[in-house]
Design a protein around this ligand. Structure first.
Ligand SMILES: *Cc1c(COP(=O)(O)O)cnc(C)c1O
Length: 369
């Protein structure tokens, strides 16, 4: 079929396979699993996701609204900080609300208690992540309350604790985090209704120790008699689709460079930020096959480069280049990351008055995913 590029293609069959494994974990362990929209937000898949998972975790108003309106299952909302003008609506459409500090909890407590289940995000100070930029508990992290800052006298009304300390990890890393979490906050767990183990559990990756995860959760539930939640982004969208682009031109400057109708900077920024190398279908590392090209974006940023790849045959203008595994975390860069509101546009006139000329809100977010 002829479809225009660039395009992300989500493969439903692969998504359903991931969801079936996650559902197995739910059934065996008794934990409830949520989709973290931060990592994978694609409305057209919500019926399928909702068939297996318990709902969504949202990073703010826009994601919460999308989950509430389009999936209509549980909505758990956490943000580093909430805004006065959004908190009412967030409360009205969420089931769980997780605060990042005692300041925020005290500020919004009276509005929230009785309307939904409130929790606090803690920092277990043990974490694991492939890069520091993705480490939620790196030094000076703003994400979650440390034991030193924790105020046990302000817990009235709190029904749950939340931690998120992993990125792309196996079950042994969760075991380490749990150990630290229980050492620091274990004496409070029995007075909670739920504990949220966050995301970063790479459950659908080949070789993940699913059995160990199930055992850890089951034993935890026995120890404390609480509901356990996992909120997964990457594990849901893991290897479920591609970003398809074409070659627009091939130029030569000591090496061959293929200019694609996509952009690392705009469409797949993790390849620059992390950085990581996306797999390209049929290609290997530079020099391993006969014809090597640098794949680069169609923008004016010099560093808009996906990497150097080699192919069996020379590339031609019009050839398709297929980047593998571009559905989680790549796609959400196109939908405003975390659903965070785009800045409005305003002009300051010569007389000093400021005129707002464009406002962006939920509609902009929804239209993009
Ligand atoms: C990013 C994030 C998740 C999802 O993490 P994955 O690595 O995609 O599973 C879950 N919870 C919170 C609070 C997050 O910030």
């Amino acid at each position: 079929m002829d479809i225009s590029t660039p395009v992300y293609i989500l493969e439903e069959k692969k998504l359903e396979k991931n969801l079936q494994l996650l559902d197995y974990v739910q059934k065996q362990s008794g934990a409830k699993i949520l989709l973290a929209l931060k990592g994978f937000a694609f409305q057209a898949s919500f019926d399928l996701v909702g068939k297996y998972l318990h709902g969504c975790c949202a990073s703010g108003l826009h994601e919460a609204k999308l989950a509430h309106q389009e999936m209509q299952k549980e909505v758990h909302t956490y943000a580093p900080a909430f805004k006065d003008e959004e908190i009412d609506e967030i409360i009205s459409i969420s089931n769980h609300l997780v605060f990042n500090s005692f300041n925020q909890w005290q500020k919004y407590k009276d509005m929230a208690v009785g309307k939904l289940s409130c929790g606090l995000r803690v920092n277990p100070e043990v974490s694991a992540s492939p890069k520091e930029i993705y480490n939620p508990c790196s030094p000076y992290s703003r994400l979650g309350i440390t034991k030193a800052e924790f105020k046990e006298d302000l817990l009235e009304g709190i029904e749950g604790l939340h931690f998120h300390a992993l990125c792309e990890q196996d079950a042994d890393a969760l075991e380490d985090v749990l150990k630290s979490f229980e050492e620091k906050f274990g004496h409070l767990i029995s007075q909670m209704k739920w504990i949220n183990f966050g995301g970063g559990h790479h459950i659908t990756r080949e070789g993940y120790d699913v059995k160990k995860l199930i055992t850890l959760i089951k034993e935890f539930k026995v120890r404390y008699d609480v509901e356990v939640y996992l909120e997964l982004g990457e594990a849901v969208g893991w290897q479920t689709g591609t970003l398809v682009t074409i070659v627009l031109d091939i130029v030569h400057n000591d090496i061959d460079i293929a200019i694609l109708d996509t952009s690392a900077e705009a469409h797949m920024p993790d390849t620059i930020i992390m950085p990581y190398r996306a797999e390209v279908r049929g290609a290997k590392k530079a020099g391993e096959k006969a014809y090597t090209y640098r794949l680069a974006g169609n923008t004016c940023l010099a560093g808009d480069i996906m990497g150097d790849y080699s192919f069996d045959t020379p590339l031609k203008v019009g050839d398709k280049i297929i980047f593998e595994d571009q559905i989680h975390y790549t796609i959400v860069k196109n939908t405003t990351f975390n659903g965070i509101k785009l800045p409005d546009l305003a002009i300051q006139k010569e007389d000093g008055t400021i005129e707002v000329v464009k406002k962006f809100g939920y509609d902009e977010y929804k239209r993009r995913n």
